[in-house]
Ligand binder design. Structure first.
Ligand code: CP
Ligand code: NVA
Length: 337
């Protein structure tokens, strides 16, 4: 218990927020991933029941967009550690409508010990952090999704045993929140990252530049490639996400046309050259359109990934989803334990 607590405190994030992976040192990010691996083992051994770290604390979740994983992972993580969690959905509080972000933040900071936010603008989560006086964690904005990438790195480390030297390809909407964060997270871990996307959906230059700066520190590379077959050679992790992110629903038809050649299918996986040797896995932050069983995909069928890839033995998407809970717990404990 003391050993684990020392490990948590030594990360050096006590009282701190996590708004973007760029806010962490490379070591802090990797320490959070290692802590999540320890916390996963501790939970499997029911260690959290013996010595929960957050007894009596109150954590607030403010969500302006829907969520299955981030919401439930946070609720379970917080409750595992003996704290209370309150979920505040869109329209349930005055936040941003009858009350400014700064005023709501100052009020909520008097009640709660920490706030996890999911919403649209990055400046909203930054405002919450600035005015609440308590740690604030970014559970997805239009620009970043840092907690997702902690879980992705944990999943890669569990499978390959290491991170440095791996090669990751994100295939699809190369300028969305998940891709932006993955680019930075991989670079900070010394992983080669290739963003395979249509030219029209290329990442913003300042994000590529920030990721390249981190990659240079760690001996890895960040590249943007528009030809899927060219970019995919030698890749160990094929990652994709929905073609239309929350808030961009009006772009649906346009994205279908642009991204059809970027669908992750067996041909693309084979083109890594790593399938036979077991040196490639498939990841997706989820939710995923891999069949026609959702309202959105009932007429289109599979979109960003085909069902045979999604359901394959090299697909680690449910390990990845589980790891959302362990990594979010690691992050909250690092701020509060
Ligand atoms: N991956 C992810 O953030 O899932 P949710 O939208 O369900 O939270
Ligand atoms: N890019 C997706 C991620 C969902 C977890 C979105 O923002 O909708």
């Amino acid at each position: 218990m003391t050993e684990l607590l020392d490990k948590i405190r030594n990360i050096g994030l006590t009282g701190k927020s996590l708004l973007r992976l760029l806010d962490l040192s490379d070591k802090q990010m990797l320490d959070l991933v290692d802590l999540a691996i320890d916390l996963k083992a501790r939970k499997k051994a029911n260690g959290h029941l013996v010595n929960p770290f957050l007894r009596g604390r109150n954590i607030c979740l403010i969500f302006q967009k829907s969520s299955t994983r981030t919401r439930c992972a946070t609720l379970c993580a917080v409750r595992d550690e003996g704290a209370n969690a309150e979920y505040l959905g869109q329209g349930e509080i005055h936040f941003g409508k009858k009350e400014s972000v700064a005023d709501s933040a100052r009020v909520l900071g008097r009640f709660f010990d920490g706030i996890l936010f999911r919403g649209f603008k990055q400046e909203t989560v930054e405002g919450l952090a600035k005015y609440s006086g308590v740690p604030v964690w970014n559970g997805l904005t239009d620009e970043w999704h840092p907690t997702q990438i902690l879980a992705d790195l944990q999943t890669m480390k569990e499978y390959f045993g290491h991170l440095k030297g791996l090669k990751v390809a994100f295939v699809g909407d190369g300028r969305n929140n998940v891709c932006n964060s993955l680019m930075v997270g991989c670079a900070k871990a010394g992983i080669d990252m290739v963003d395979i996307c249509p030219e029209e959906l290329s990442p913003e230059e300042h994000i590529v530049a920030a990721a390249r700066e981190a990659a240079a520190r760690n001996g890895s590379t960040v590249t943007v490639e528009h030809d899927p077959k060219k970019g995919i050679a030698g890749v160990n992790v094929i990652y994709t996400d929905v073609w239309v992110s929350m808030g961009e629903e009006a772009m649906f038809q346009q994205r279908l046309k642009l991204l059809k050649p970027y669908q992750v299918n067996m041909d693309l996986v084979k083109a890594t050259g790593n399938l036979e040797s077991g040196k490639v896995i498939f990841l997706h932050c989820l939710p995923a359109f891999h069949d026609n069983k959702t309202e959105v995909s009932k007429d289109t069928g599979a979109l960003e990934v085909t069902d045979d890839v999604f359901e394959s033995n090299f697909s680690k998407v449910f390990d990845e989803a589980e790891n959302r809970m362990h990594t979010i717990k690691a992050m909250i404990l690092a701020s509060l334990a």
